[in-house]
Design a protein around this ligand. Structure first.
Ligand SMILES: Cc1ncc(C[n+]2csc(CCOP(=O)(O)OP(=O)(O)O)c2C)c(N)n1
Ligand SMILES: [Mg+2]
Length: 896
């Protein structure tokens, strides 16, 4: 008995075969005696010393990451529950009812509209103990805890807010009916759709755990840099056990322990089921997660069994109950709940006569209602208390729950996730089980129920929340007050490089260096880089502001004598994330939403390899936009022909298309450093001074060429997406050449070729953003069709091109779909040249010829188009092709 009691502390399960041997018994007896006399701490020390000795002697000490399948906190170490259990149960029952009723009603009224009943039913106690006893809305003048709610439990969160009086009945009745001309509620946590309420979009599985880890780290970053005061704030992430299968869920768990993030608490709702069926039918998800997280050095607290099991454990002299619990797999545990008390007695207890005897005095109904730990407020409270008090690392609570808890025939069934509405009888049974004080007919109708404002339930709920500083979830954002630098601060990039060949990346890095020194915004800048700092020439920034390292620099770097040594600091400003674009995006998210979560206007610049950007972490970008994130994503080593040498997996020719789908993202493809300066300056103003919820994707290239000084009066054109960079030298242009990024230089060279070799005058335009031009044009077109009686308006692209005649050859280092965005307005004039197809390993010259975006191809395309329009002789143009080295019969790079 004593051995089993200390299991949770000692972490060694007994092995009956060894136990039986006499020698072992003697050892165990001696150990028991010592434990009794000197306590568990001494026991731990002794074991640790024994293990050290064993290791020194070459004995292979077994790695044991699992504790027995019981609660981590022994019953004798529990503290009593501090709340009014009866009242809290009534409140929880009311929330359960309303959460179920809102989904049920919607699906009766509008079949197929969806929603979830069974997820909240399993997590209700886990959330309610938090709301009543742990979740702080404020710490003094600081915002409070940050909570990532399991996305599919949203009906329960809404139901609570409804009882609190924060959401109207009409809103709740319009759950999943947002577009009816009256207030409604979105399906899941979406700050974009309900900005005063939700903080974190969590419904795409796996993003919440990753974002929560980086959020906890970012909180420490802000504290260590002195941007916010240190508080006992916590980050709670409520996660599904099925959700833990997503690679993002567990991919960064060692960061949390390495960084000693004791402000982070994961609560996994282990209802043993996901959408289709069991999470680990033939094993135990709780044990699997326990081993993984203990291995990653998290504090793991298992909450497996409710208090009513305690008396059975107390009766168990031989350890047979634990043995039976250990041998059952999750598929069986699920079946026990689905099939009820008689089945539990027959299949679980009757396996061993001794075990069966143990429950002889219990009815089938009592057996069925033996509670799982995650449904017992006493057990949950104790786990949370331990987690909140734990120091030195993150905690994960693995709470055993039942999916569809209380839903009668839907409880623990494989199909329960998809349950949207209940039959009349089930509604009535629900009402009885949870004592909902409504008439039978109201139960059949699935009516909402809210007691009066002065009822004990509502009074208690409100009092509890007042004690913790206010309602949650809630998102309140202070008005933006940051004064961002004017364009004059960017004098250096605007002046050009004085003939020196530099890349836009270099120009951007020196601009960033300058911004970091700015007296008002400097400290808010957060440079983020996933192990590519040197690729982008950021060594000087590392030296200037240091890399954030929560422990400082515990070693003397080998390059300490060099000017640009590898500088790590406890208050370092750069987040060097290592090779994790997803992790970096999570940091970008924490920083880009800090204006709302910490009231500090952090301005992240996440610079990365553009090819490993959106297509690698797109769902996180989408969630960032939903969360109203701000900041600059800087796609470095951009362009399918500009990043030479690398090849198919590296050469990015499409990230602009991918980013163009995000409504709040502004994408720019600048050719010159001054263009970047104008975009960044205006972006900072809009996001942080004007408070607009938007962000930027800007591509950076590594081709060196002289950066010109900014011509006069082009700022607006840069921001709107197009301006004439160099008009035809002599004569009126008969063709228009569009270029973006370094391909603008090819367009300029084509302009010269056309003029000098063929006497064709052409204008050259820098197109900084096809996407901006398209969005504006679409908005104008929409207005036009909606206002047929009004004079037509003209999209900016047509206004900008007024008087500019002839075909338009639009060349880009991105795929043709990028310039093609303007086809609805320029169709009869537009010839797009782009880099469709797989990248190749070669140098720029050969890549551009291969993809037909070099100057010669641009010139040839212009001549060809003029020939088609009857303005040039086709035979002559064909001859020109030969002169220009353009092979008309070459393979099409788009398909090969
Ligand atoms: C990335 C992603 N893939 C798939 C889904 C669809 N989906 C919604 S809920 C769910 C099952 C969730 O199971 P679990 O995490 O165990 O939560 P439970 O409802 O059991 O608490 C799935 C697959 C999703 N929301 N996100
Ligand atoms: Mg689950």
């Amino acid at each position: 008995m004593a051995i089993r009691e200390i299991h949770p502390i000692l972490e060694f399960p007994t092995n009956p075969e060894i136990d039986s041997k006499e020698e072992v018994s003697e050892w165990l007896e001696a150990f028991d005696q010592m434990l009794e006399a000197e306590g568990p701490q001494r026991g731990r020390e002794l074991l640790s010393a024994l293990m050290d000795r064993a290791r020194e002697s070459g004995v292979k000490v077994p790695v044991q990451l699992n504790t027995p399948y019981v609660n981590t906190i022994p019953v004798e170490q529990e503290v009593p529950y501090p709340g009014d259990r009866g009242l809290e149960r009534r409140i929880k029952s009311l929330i359960r009812w309303n959460a179920m009723a809102m989904v049920h009603r919607q699906n009766k009224k509008d079949p197929g509209i969806g929603g979830h009943i069974s997820t909240y039913s399993s997590i209700a106690t886990l959330l309610e103990v938090g709301f009543n006893h742990f979740f702080h809305a404020r710490y003094g003048d600081q915002p409070g805890d940050l909570i990532y709610f399991q996305g599919h439990s949203s009906p329960g969160i809404y139901a609570r807010a409804y009882l609190e009086g924060r959401l109207s009945e009409q809103q709740v009745l319009n759950f999943r009916h947002e577009l009816r001309g009256e207030p409604g509620l979105p399906s899941y946590p979406h700050p974009w759709l309900l900005p005063d309420f939700w903080r974190f979009p969590t419904v795409s599985m796996g993003l919440a755990p990753l974002n929560a880890i980086y959020q906890a780290r970012f909180m420490r970053y802000l504290e260590n840099r002195g941007i916010i005061p240190a508080t006992p704030r916590k980050i709670w992430a409520f996660l599904g056990d099925g959700e833990m299968d997503e690679p993002e869920s567990m991919g960064s768990i060692t960061l949390a322990s390495r960084e000693k993030l004791d402000n982070l608490i994961f609560v996994v709702n282990c209802n043993l089921q996901r959408l289709d069926g069991p999470v680990r039918s033939n094993g135990k998800i709780i044990n699997e997660l326990e081993a993984a997280f203990r291995g990653a050095r998290w504090n793991v607290i298992k909450v497996v069994w409710g208090s009513d099991w305690d008396k059975l454990f107390a009766r168990d002299q031989s350890g047979i109950l634990l043995k039976r619990m250990e041998e059952c797999v999750d598929g069986e545990y699920q079946a026990y709940k689905a099939k009820g008390g008689e089945y539990i007695r027959r299949e679980f207890f009757a396996k061993y006569p001794e075990l069966l005897e143990m429950v002889a005095d219990m009815s089938d109904d009592e057996l069925h209602h033996l509670t799982r730990g995650g449904h017992d407020p006493q057990k949950v409270y104790n786990a949370y208390k331990r987690a909140a008090e734990h120091r030195g690392g993150p905690t994960i609570i693995l709470a055993h729950t039942v999916k569809g808890y209380g839903l009668g025939s839907a409880e623990a069934r494989n199909a329960t996730h998809q349950e949207k509405k209940l039959a009349d009888q089930a509604l009535i049974a629900f009402r009885s089980r949870f004592d909902i004080p409504i008439p039978e007919q109201a139960a059949r109708d699935g009516s909402l129920y809210r007691p009066s404002d002065d009822s004990p339930e509502i009074t208690y709920m409100r009092q509890r929340r007042e004690q913790f500083g206010g309602f949650m979830p809630s998102r309140d954002v202070a008005t933006a007050t940051l004064e961002t630098p004017g364009l004059d601060y960017f004098a250096e990039p605007l002046a050009g490089s004085q003939g020196r060949a530099v890349s836009t990346t270099m120009g951007y890095v020196s601009m960033l260096r300058q911004l970091l020194k700015h007296p008002k915004v400097g400290k808010f800048i957060v440079p983020i880089v996933p192990d590519e700092g040197r690729t982008f020439g950021m060594e000087s920034i590392i030296r200037q502001v240091g890399i954030y390292a929560s422990q400082g620099q515990l070693y003397k770097p080998h390059d300490v004598d060099m000017l640009l040594y590898y500088r790590e600091e406890k208050n370092g400003q750069i987040l060097e994330e290592g090779i994790t674009e997803a992790g970096s995006m999570a940091s970008f998210t924490a920083a880009g939403t800090a204006y709302g979560n910490y009231n500090v206007p952090m301005i992240p610049f996440f610079t990365y390899y553009s090819m490993f950007g959106y297509q690698r972490m797109g769902d996180l970008v989408w969630a960032f936009a939903d969360a109203r994130g701000k900041g600059f994503l800087m796609g470095g080593t951009a362009g399918r022909t500009t990043l030479s040498g690398e090849g198919l997996q590296h050469l990015d020719g499409h990230s602009h298309v991918l980013f163009s789908v995000v409504p709040t993202c502004h994408t720019y493809d600048p050719a010159f450093v001054y263009e970047i300066a104008v975009i960044v300056q205006d972006g900072m103003r809009r996001m942080y001074q004007e408070g607009e919820d938007r962000f930027y994707y800007i591509t950076l290239y590594n081709e060196d060429y002289p950066m010109p000084e900014m011509p006069k009066g082009v700022e607006e054109g840069i921001l709107r997406g197009i301006y004439r960079y160099r008009a035809a030298g002599s004569g009126k242009a008969v063709a228009q050449l569009f270029g973006s990024g370094p391909i603008l230089n090819e367009a300029l060279r084509a302009q010269t070729i056309l003029a000098e070799k063929y006497g064709i005058a052409a204008d050259v335009w820098s197109v900084t953003s096809y996407n901006e031009l398209r969005r504006e044009a679409m908005a104008i077109e929409r207005w036009n069709w909606l206002h047929p009686a009004e004079p037509q308006k003209r999209p900016h692209i047509l206004g900008a091109l007024e008087g500019a005649e002839g075909p338009i050859i639009a060349a880009t280092d991105y795929i043709k779909a990028v310039p093609d965005q303007l086809a609805p307005w320029l169709a009869d004039r537009l010839v797009s040249l782009g880099t469709d197809g797989f990248g190749r390993s070669d140098n720029r010259q050969h890549l551009r010829r291969f993809f037909e975006v070099n100057a010669e191809s641009i010139a040839a395309a212009a001549l060809s188009r003029l020939a088609r329009e009857g303005k040039l002789d086709a035979q002559r143009v064909q001859k020109a092709f030969a002169e220009l080295g353009v092979d008309a019969e070459k393979i099409d790079p788009a398909i090969l």
